[in-house]
Design a binder for this molecule. Structure first.
Ligand code: UFG
Length: 326
């Protein structure tokens, strides 16, 4: 049985990955400092409460377990905050991640898997965006992810470790079995905020800009179900274990505007949702759509929950269960 250390395994995407690895027969160890994670999301594997930059804790973890794969999700991911406080992002997403990577190399970890983002591309030069799209991130968040990708590639050239870099477009939805889902504090993502409005936890949803160069004037994004994302991690880890490193985009290759997402959420929830048309949010590209042709061709990845209906249905079921009584 192979062992995977999942950092950030109490978070949104990390907890879904923990479930996916566990269901495929891996021994799962979760490391999370619970700053943004939720202890109750750790349902698969052993849990260690701690930081990815904690040298002492990492020494003891790598001593205690023979870890084959590190799947690294623990990161700060508020794009706006990263502009206000870049030090926080470079410290956590880069400096501490380097401590973790160094321990992985020292302890003969075979694969280091990294949760990256389409934000490493910056403004799109062509749509859909492929893995070879130029990488010109324009926020400290995107840069911290880009720089760590580079470090990882250099390590894999010089040390016996392989990598898989997964660049996500917009992760959304929740575990179809309803065991885990999205719960950020503060929440900034479109779908959970719309569902908050549908539930009456918020007065309405504000659309950030209606004057973009898109058919209805609102931004277009490529939403990908978190369970499909998690399944891709297992495939990519296995490819790296058995053959070679890889870099893969993860999106559905389909774009939906903010207005389309709101309309779909109205239909799925059967609720009226109050909408306010507001100003643009700085730094939002009009359109982000990813090509996942490479991961489909090389790893046989096939999304099971690609439709926006399915994404919003699973998110809505989770959202009601999680927040109804709060
Ligand atoms: N939006 C609104 N109103 C809201 C929240 C969002 O109109 O209250 C809009 C945004 O302006 C954007 C779209 O909905 O056009 C999606 O916004 P999200 O914040 O849900 O997601 P982003 O596309 O901004 O961010 C995602 C990931 C980031 C990643 C980024 C890459 O969450 O981690 O893609 O651009 F960096």
């Amino acid at each position: 049985m192979k062992t995977v250390l999942i950092t950030g395994g109490a978070g949104y995407i990390g907890s879904h990955a923990a479930k996916a690895f566990s269901e495929k027969g891996y021994r799962v160890i979760v490391l999370d400092n619970l700053i943004y994670g939720h202890k109750e999301f750790v349902k698969w594997g052993d849990f260690f409460n701690g930081d990815i930059g904690d040298d002492y804790l990492l020494k003891s973890l790598f001593c205690q377990f023979q870890i084959d794969i590190v799947s690294h999700f623990a990161a700060f991911a508020y794009v706006g905050e990263s502009v206000q406080n870049p030090r926080k992002y470079y410290d956590n997403n880069l400096a501490k991640a380097l401590v973790l990577l160094s321990h992985a190399v020292k302890n003969d970890v075979k694969v280091f898997q990294f949760s990256s983002t389409c934000a490493t591309y910056g403004h799109p030069e062509h749509i859909p965006m492929t893995e070879s799209h130029p990488q010109n991130p324009f926020t400290p968040y995107g840069k911290s992810k880009r720089f760590f990708e580079e470090i990882l590639r250099d390590f894999a050239s010089s040390y016996p470790i392989r990598f898989s870099i997964l660049r996500y477009f917009n992760a959304a939805g929740a575990d179809p079995a309803g065991e885990i889902g999205e719960d950020h504090d503060p929440e900034t993502h479109l779908i959970p905020l719309i569902l908050d409005a549908a539930m009456g936890r918020k007065r309405g949803i504000e659309i950030f800009g209606t004057d973009y160069d898109t058919p209805d004037g609102t931004c277009i994004r490529d939403y990908i179900h978190v369970t499909d994302l998690a399944a891709a991690h297992v495939l990519a880890a296995e490819k790296a274990l058995n053959a070679e490193s890889g870099i893969y985009n993860l999106g559905n290759g389909d774009g939906f505007s903010v207005k389309e997402v709101i309309e779909k959420a109205k239909a799925v929830t059967g609720r009226d949702i109050h909408v306010v048309e507001g100003e643009r949010r700085p730094g939002d590209p009009a359109r982000l759509i990813g090509s996942s042709a490479r991961i489909k061709a090389e790893l046989g990845w096939q999304p099971k929950y690609a439709s926006l209906d399915k994404i919003i249905e699973t998110a809505w079921a989770w959202h009601q269960k999680r927040f109804q009584t709060r």
